[in-house]
Write a protein that binds this ligand. Structure first.
Ligand code: MG
Length: 374
């Protein structure tokens, strides 16, 4: 069996609001269109992948698809999706048995779904993957609307797989009639009769809206700090004054927990660290409460449009026992950052007497922060 794939990538994708072809946007380090095609390239039966591109975009697409070699050919699309797919079908091999059409902005296609659609398409002449609609539905006519029973509605995905001869025939008729359709199932159905449905995959999403393309949607930062334990200093952790025979030495109040958390937050938004922001050569920061510095770090994140999702920290201290103070530390940090207390998790551990922490020479802290950028 010889399979050809057609990837329409010529659409302007205006809903994505990127100002350029959304299928060229990077998903990690890979263009979306390349990620959408890779699953096809992994099957030896797929002997040609036709990428339908906009006029003037050929060079960019050729560069993007260079990892897939010479199985990939490029054609210029038309004014409508139907015209673009027709151009793609015309560039398929004449002796292809099956043509699979897949959105250029559906990069999470699994091999299981691709195999399923090919099997069903080969035995039934067509295979259209669908998934149940999970949101409630309403039918809206101007200011009037009513609920719709969603149980008989399904969302249509790609790849849509067809007998090559039947698909070609249907498309030739559609072009002759001047009709346009929003997907290939509709073209096939109009001229060849019923299509065969098969189960789709909820992770096989089409990237459509700006938030789908946000390259820095989520990010994580980590921070670490150690301060020396000395006599004659207060022990401040998470803004809590903890009774102990020793305290932490530092330019500020030496709150090692808050220092690690601040570095994690700054790291998550690529904004260096507290050593750069609050240098210990600056007299303004002498003896300052680290909670005040935390407030300033929050300001840095606000300016970058970053929302704090969670903070997780572990304090390493041989003594004193900290468990009774942890809820208060969480509350202080959450209040200062204006986030829910459940978003701050702090644990404490000894190091079983080993190392500088075990010898009670100092206290260390690791912290991780998750943020979302708008
Ligand atoms: Mg420090």
């Amino acid at each position: 069996m010889k399979i050809n794939a057609v990837l329409p990538c010529a659409g302007r994708g205006e809903r994505a609001g990127l100002g350029y072809n959304k299928t060229l946007a990077l998903l990690g380090e890979k263009p979306v269109a390349l990620a959408s095609a890779e699953c096809f390239a992994s099957l030896p039966e797929v002997t040609r992948i036709v990428v339908v591109v906009g006029a003037g975009e050929e060079e960019e697409f050729k560069k993007a698809f260079s990892p897939l070699g010479d199985r990939v050919v490029f054609v210029i699309g038309g004014d409508t999706r139907t015209a673009s797919v027709y151009a793609g079908i015309c560039a398929c091999e004449e002796d292809a048995d099956i043509i699979a059409i897949h959105d250029g902005a559906r990069p999470f296609l699994s091999e299981a779904l691709l195999r399923r659609t090919i099997d069903v398409g080969a035995s039934h002449g067509s295979a259209i993957p669908v998934i149940p609609v999970t949101d409630s539905l309403r039918e809206v006519h101007g200011e009037f609307s009513h609920a719709v029973d969603r149980s008989c509605f399904f969302a249509v995905q790609t790849p849509q797989v067809f007998d090559a001869y039947k698909l070609r025939t249907a498309y030739i008729s559609a072009m002759k009639d001047g009709f346009t359709f929003s997907d290939d199932a509709q073209v096939f159905e109009r001229y060849m009769g019923n299509v065969t449905l098969c189960p789709g995959d909820s992770s096989n999403v089409k990237l459509t809206h700006p938030s789908d393309f946000s390259p820095h949607g989520f990010s994580v930062g980590c921070g670490f700090d150690t301060h020396r334990l000395v006599e004659g200093r207060k022990l401040i952790l998470g803004g809590v004054d903890i009774p102990h025979t020793k305290g932490l030495l530092g330019h500020s109040d030496a709150d090692v927990l808050v220092h690690a958390i601040m570095d994690a937050l700054l790291s998550a938004v690529h904004a260096r660290d507290i050593g750069v922001l609050f240098p210990d050569t600056d007299a303004r920061y002498a003896g300052i409460s680290s909670m005040k510095l935390l407030q300033e770090v929050k300001g840095v994140l606000d300016k970058k449009g970053a929302q704090i999702l969670n903070i997780s920290a572990v304090i390493m201290a041989q003594k004193p026992k900290l468990k009774d103070y942890i809820p208060l530390m969480c509350a202080n940090i959450a209040r200062t950052l204006n986030i829910p207390e459940e978003s701050v998790s702090i644990s404490a551990t000894t190091t079983e007497g080993i190392g500088l922490v075990g010898r009670e020479e100092g206290i260390s802290c690791h912290a991780v922060a998750g943020v979302r950028k708008e």
